[in-house]
Design a protein around this ligand. Structure first.
Ligand SMILES: NC(=O)c1ccc[n+]([C@@H]2O[C@H](COP(=O)([O-])OP(=O)(O)OC[C@H]3O[C@@H](n4cnc5c(N)ncnc54)[C@H](O)[C@@H]3O)[C@@H](O)[C@H]2O)c1
Length: 214
């Protein structure tokens, strides 16, 4: 299918990973089709929005049939670049960073932490979960022109300074696990992951949108 991805609205693009995860679960359990109301129930997006989102990728649900799960998944894989290996750098090999290095992302999708950076002499020069840890001073040399996504797991006090160095080295996307709000140029995207916000959201959904067991 020929699809101009630039035409997908940002709000739609943001929901793709949500759809993707749910559909993958359906595929694993052997389901071949899904209705927009079923999807709506599962991902908490109203079905009109889902139908509009899906129309952007040429997936038109048929009345009484719904959507073809395999078709949607293959489209999402392409759009989310799951078919292509994305190399990622990690900065800050402490508690959280070490856990990420030991967790092999590439088993479940095509994102791989290729290298890590720290300033601690005990960590620099080691290899954790097959990932080499370099000194942060050598950042530019290792990543420039090589990769453009970084995971940030440093103390929040160091986060802004490190983000600036990452941007200088050509990083275009930062997955920020620190509580610090980063200020970066307009062409750099930061996604902030805050465990307490995620938990609050879960508790909210449990309270207001209880799931039924059937
Ligand atoms: N988002 C979440 O859900 C969540 C959960 C736990 C922790 N955190 C946050 O993640 C961050 C890391 O937590 P942690 O427990 O792993 O901390 P940690 O202290 O164990 O690890 C931080 C690492 O960063 C390194 N570091 C410090 N300055 C650096 C620099 N200039 N360049 C490169 N590396 C540098 C340190 O040497 C250390 O190895 C913290 O900001 C914490 O608040 C987030």
């Amino acid at each position: 299918m020929d699809m101009d991805q630039a035409k997908i609205p940002q709000a739609t693009a943001k929901r793709l990973p949500l759809y993707y995860r749910f559909l993958e679960g359906l595929q694993t359990s052997g389901k071949t089709r899904v209705s927009s109301s079923e999807l709506s129930e599962a991902v908490k997006v109203d079905s009109a929005t889902i139908r509009r989102d899906f129309s952007y990728f040429g997936a038109l649900g048929k009345k009484g049939y719904g959507y073809n799960v395999n078709y949607l998944l293959s489209f999402f894989r392409k759009t989310l670049d799951q078919d292509e290996l994305t190399k990622v750098a990690l900065v800050g090999v402490g508690n959280l960073g070490t856990a990420f290095l030991k967790y092999n992302f590439s088993k479940s999708n095509n994102t791989r932490i290729e290298m890590a950076f720290d300033v601690d002499e005990n960590t620099v020069g080691t290899v954790i979960g097959d990932v080499p840890v370099h000194h942060f001073d050598d950042l530019k040399r290792h990543i420039e022109g090589n990769l453009d996504v970084a995971i940030l797991t440093v103390p929040s006090s160091a986060a802004q300074g490190i983000a600036e160095k990452l941007v200088e080295a050509g990083i275009k996307g930062i997955l920020n696990f620190t509580p610090a709000r980063l200020s970066v140029p307009d062409d750099v995207r930061v996604h902030h992951i805050d465990l307490s916000v995620e938990l609050q959201s879960l508790v909210y959904f449990l309270k207001h949108y209880p799931l039924s067991s059937n």
